[in-house]
Design a protein around this ligand. Sequence first.
Ligand SMILES: Cc1cc2nc3c(=O)[nH]c(=O)nc-3n(C[C@H](O)[C@H](O)[C@H](O)COP(=O)(O)OP(=O)(O)OC[C@H]3O[C@@H](n4cnc5c(N)ncnc54)[C@H](O)[C@@H]3O)c2cc1C
Length: 382
Amino acid sequence: MFFDLPDEAKALQESVRDFARSEVAPVAEHLDQTKSFPYEIVAKMGELGWMGIPFPEEVGGAGGTSLQYAIAVEELTRIDSSVAITLCAHTSLGTQPVYLFGSEDQKQRLMPDLCAGRKLGAFGLTEPEAGSDAGNVKTRATLDGGTWTIDGAKQFITNAGTDISGHVAITAVTGTDERGNKEVSNLIVENGTDGYEIGTAYRKMGWNASDTRPLSFTECQVPEENLLGPRGAGFKQFLHILDIGRIGVAAMGVGLAQGALDEALKYAKERQAFGQSISKFQAIQSKLADMATEIEAARLLTYKAAWEKDEGRNFTLTAAQAKLKTGRLAVRAAEEAVQIHGGYGYIEEYPVCRMYRDAKILTIGEGTDEVQQMVIARALGA
Ligand SMILES: Cc1cc2nc3c(=O)[nH]c(=O)nc-3n(C[C@H](O)[C@H](O)[C@H](O)COP(=O)(O)OP(=O)(O)OC[C@H]3O[C@@H](n4cnc5c(N)ncnc54)[C@H](O)[C@@H]3O)c2cc1C
């Protein structure tokens, strides 16, 4: 067993940590309050090569590993979840489908701008009647004369409606297979395509500076070559994309919990009560100790999932376990951090207040806790 991070991962960790502290922390509260998308930060992260960390240099990526990617996501979330989810959804959900299933032509056309952060990618799986039950997709795409015509709706989609959004990869029913089952395929729809409408951004509990919108498709026509991979492979493809996405969201859970601990420890040392700093009270120390221990366990599980992916092993079980563990931890750690701040924790000037609101989605997005439990139980053979 070897627990030291590889040198490249350590170097990236330090760079992202510095960037998050110097460039993101000073504006995070303002972006959250004004619900402003972090364009300048995304542009800088693009220039640094961080919008395409796990993709090879030949397609415009940074040639990094999944472990490096997870560490970058963790360090960003330690400071701000909106910035982190923007990079995370762009990489795992928006860009991976093009890289993994796209044709050479699609990759050449889309990957360089995606990896440089000049364009953002989105992934449209969820629909009004298809969330956890993702197979219940109702959006339809019909092929006629070399053109797909798409009709349907998607909801809660990240990164689709910004000024730099380039495309959304959507799942659609494209027919019926020989056994009479739904044939599901994935298609690329580029922003600006006629019939592709991007709705008003949702008013959310958290992730306020991240872009989340409903999408609709009305007789929306895209060329036949916008199909991603073989026709009918959509179900298998999106399950794989969700597995990859869970590593990123698990890294967000570790980062948020670590950020909450950082803030709680700092505050506990400063705050005086009964003639001493509250960090000297055993009740506060127990909370800090539990948080630190749980975070370390969750981090190891998350890095293991990323490592398994990098080694080319099956990582479905570990990614689901990491996602389940870290989402719950983030919620609990944010709550404890608010508790340690007392009344100040309820006031927006303190980052733990935003962290508390940002944490909850980590038990819902990218598959709810109950869905992770189903995936884990299936892997156990239950
Ligand atoms: C801010 C935000 C960003 C998002 N970004 C994206 C995105 O970019 N792309 C995208 O495609 N989606 C995105 N989503 C959607 C997200 O992945 C879904 O909301 C999530 O998967 C849950 O689906 P649902 O909301 O339809 O809930 P439902 O599936 O309706 O679930 C409701 C409840 O029922 C439970 N449940 C459902 N089925 C079972 C079962 N079989 N056993 C036990 N319990 C069950 C669930 O766990 C949950 O508690 C985003 C959501 C949010 C809020």
